[in-house]
Structures are given as C-alpha cells and as structure tokens.
Design a binder for this molecule. Structure first.
Ligand SMILES: *Cc1c(COP(=O)(O)O)cnc(C)c1O
Length: 398
C-alpha cells in the first residue's frame, strides 16, 4: 500500500480519533502495577470517571472492550434464569441481548423497527403486567450506534417508577458517555456500561461499570458465575487505587489525560459541542435530500448519524469510494442495515473544521459514486455552524 498523505479522517462512531495529548500521555514506560504511582493513578481516574458518569457511587474499570462491561453488568446483578426485559432498537442492542441469552437469562425481547428508541409506555405496560415481579432487570441502550437513535433514559426510569416496579435499570452508554447528556444518579440508573474508544477519546481497551447502591446490594445475592468480571475483589482493591489483576496501565495514563481534557473544556461545553455538530450534520443530510434512519427528532443522536442511500445504491460502494479517494473511513451499515446505510461519527476529539472536512468528503463521495442527491449539504452545515457562533459572540462580547 502506498503512503496516503495528510491526516486520515477517522469518522467512525468509534473507535474515534485519539488526540495527540492522549497519545503522548500513553507513550511512557509501563509502571509497576502494585507500586505507589499506580495507586495514585488508579484513585485519580476512578474519581474522574464518577464526574463523567455523574455519579457519587462506585465505578469499576475493566481491561476490556465495551462488550466485557456488558457481561460485567449482567453477571454481577442477576442469577441463572432471571427474567430481563430488553429492547432490540438496533444491532448493539441485539448483540447485548445475545450476551444475556448466552449467560442463561430469560430474555424478553421487545422488537422495534430500528428507527425508534425504547418506548417508555411499553416499559410501563410490561412492568405493570408483571405483578409478581419476575422481571429482575430492564436493559436499555442509551445511544444505539447502528441507527443513530438516542433513547430517553430518564423517561424509561419515570415509567419504571410509575409501574412501582423494583427491577434494576441497566444502561449501555458506550457511545454516549462524554458526548451526550447522561446522569447515572439523577436518572436512577443501577448499572451504566461504558467503553473507552468513543466519547472518551481513547483507544479501545477499557470497559466501565458505574454501580448504584441497589445494584451493589443485588450483587451480594446474584448467582451468575463470574470471576474476571466480579465487582467485589475489584472494589476491594480499588479502595487504594489498585486492581485484582494487571490493569491496562498505559490506557489508564491515557484516561487520566482525556479526563483532564474533558475537565478543561468543561463537560457541559463538550456536550453542547456534540449537539451543535449533530445538528449541523443533520442539516447537511436534509439538504442532500437523503434519509436519516432516526425518525423521531427527540431521539436524534448527537454522536452519530446513520443515513440511508437511495434504493438501488450501495452504501458500501459509497464508503469504499470515500475511503479510497479521501482516506476517510465511515461507519458501515450493521446487521439488517448492511449496505443500505452509512454512518458519520461526529464524536470525541472533534471540531468545526473537522466536521466541515468530513461533510465535504461525503458530498464529493456522493457525487463520484453516482448516488442521487442535491448539492448544498456542506453549505447548509457551514451556515448553521457560522450562525450558531454568531449567537455565541453576542454584541455584549464584541
Ligand atoms: C461500540 C459499542 C458497543 C461495543 O463495544 P465493544 O468495545 O466493541 O465491545 C456496544 N454498545 C454500543 C452502544 C456501542 O456503540
């Protein structure tokens, strides 16, 4: 393969661009994982992750992909044969459901059209019907990365409360953590499941569980077999910033730096930035005359946009053209959306000009690949970005 000059635009909805600062922080000699430096590092990143999850409770960090943290959430809180209510809102939800099935849980799956999020009314109805409280947990994917649909987790919690049902609420926030508003404590979530390679701007390799008091209590009696994922030895060691087995030391250096960056920018500003880039991307899609997979504007994702190519036009061919001509990998259509959808990741370490470059690459690619569309998507996005900056630079500040 020949050298491809310039910087690659890695516009996947994860893994995302890893900023220089994080790369430099990680390029250090590996330290003694039982020594004092690692203890201090452990304490610092565990504390920092609480801010990101917006919790005062416990957070654990696994050396794993996000899928490992799914398994951690399930095995620590549930017992063989326990019933769990899950919603197949897209491919990631479908994969998590498979994990639950393989672990021997009794999974009740609510199907959707993959274009809408979890319906809180369905949650309420299902839980009201469950008079003898057989359902032990409700599993929800906050931001479904395959479809660009964000479910209203606070509304799901409200529905569970209205039904006065004691089930645990388990939420996958792998592609929303650090990019879309999420509040573990305030929204009454019992286990939040995170990963390092999306909003947190890190390479893949860290999985997270944020744990409520109720989930912690459930873990004392939960009987699903668990060893590597067991919270108890992890929490016991975490008190002093250590881990029961070798942690991903250099990724923790990276996490320390990405937490610094999130704090410097301010979590609220980070979230507003993602909102702005989400909206600009959607304006481009509308101007192109293409169709967003997400149908409900309240559920539009601010970290990823999934877009249909017109019938008869291959989304994979379009992605191939864009990769070959512009060195920009875009997200593929997953599961039943394969070849029908391409996805633009607009999360993590990202700014206006990177979005402009991304949308320019898509617009040129649509043209070269012969995908029917209207011109002007990039312009519509730039107009919005400029307009929203003018609002910020109000006369008082000029
Ligand atoms: C990326 C992603 C996952 C899977 O994470 P891995 O690190 O690949 O295991 C799960 N859920 C969602 C919503 C994701 O975006």
């Amino acid at each position: 393969m020949s050298y491809s000059s310039g910087r690659q635009f890695l516009q996947l909805p994860g893994p995302t661009n890893v900023p220089e600062r994080v790369l430099r922080a990680m390029s250090r000699p590996t330290i003694d994982h039982r020594g004092p430096e690692c203890g201090r590092l452990g304490l610092e990143v565990l504390e920092g992750m609480k801010e990101v999850f917006q919790t005062s409770g416990k957070v654990v960090i696994f050396p794993s992909s996000g899928s490992g943290a799914w398994e951690g959430a399930l095995t620590n809180t549930l017992s063989p044969g326990d019933k769990i209510l899950m919603f197949e809102v897209g491919q990631f939800a479908a994969l998590w459901i498979q994990v639950a099935v393989k672990l021997g849980l009794d999974v009740e799956v609510v199907q959707t059209d993959w274009r809408h999020g979890v319906d809180p009314h369905v949650v309420e109805t299902k839980l009201r019907e469950d008079r003898d409280h057989k359902v032990k947990a409700v599993g929800v994917v906050h931001n479904e990365t395959s479809s660009g649909v964000t479910s209203q987790v606070n509304a799901v919690r409200a529905a569970m409360n209205r039904a006065r049902h004691p089930a645990l609420l388990l939420v996958d926030v792998i592609s929303s953590l650090g990019s879309i508003d999420y509040r573990h404590d305030e929204w009454g979530v019992d286990v939040s499941i995170g990963g390092s390679q999306k909003g947190l701007m890190l390479p893949p390799g860290l999985g997270f569980n944020a744990i409520s008091e109720k989930a912690l209590a459930a873990s004392k009696s939960a009987r699903l077999p668990r060893a590597y994922w067991d919270w108890q030895p992890m929490l016991a060691q975490n008190i002093h910033g250590f881990f029961p087995y070798t942690p991903a030391t250099n990724l923790l250096f990276g996490l320390q730096e990405s937490l610094n960056m999130l704090r410097e920018e301010g979590l609220q500003n980070v979230l507003s930035r993602h909102e702005r880039h989400g909206e600009a991307t959607r304006r481009a899609v509308r101007a192109w005359g293409l169709e967003n997979v997400a149908l409900n504007p309240k559920e539009y994702s601010n970290s990823v946009t999934a877009i249909y190519t017109p019938a008869g036009h291959s989304a994979d061919e379009l992605r191939k053209v864009i990769l070959e001509r512009f060195n920009m990998p875009l997200g593929t259509g997953l599961g039943k959306l394969q070849d029908r959808v391409f996805r633009i990741g607009h999360l993590g370490d990202f700014n206006d000009l990177m979005l402009a470059g991304t949308l320019a690459g898509v617009e040129m690619g649509l043209d070269i690949a012969g995908v029917p569309h209207r011109k002007g998507g990039l312009t519509a996005a730039l107009d919005y970005l400029t307009e929203s900056l003018r609002e910020v630079a109000s006369p008082a500040q000029v």
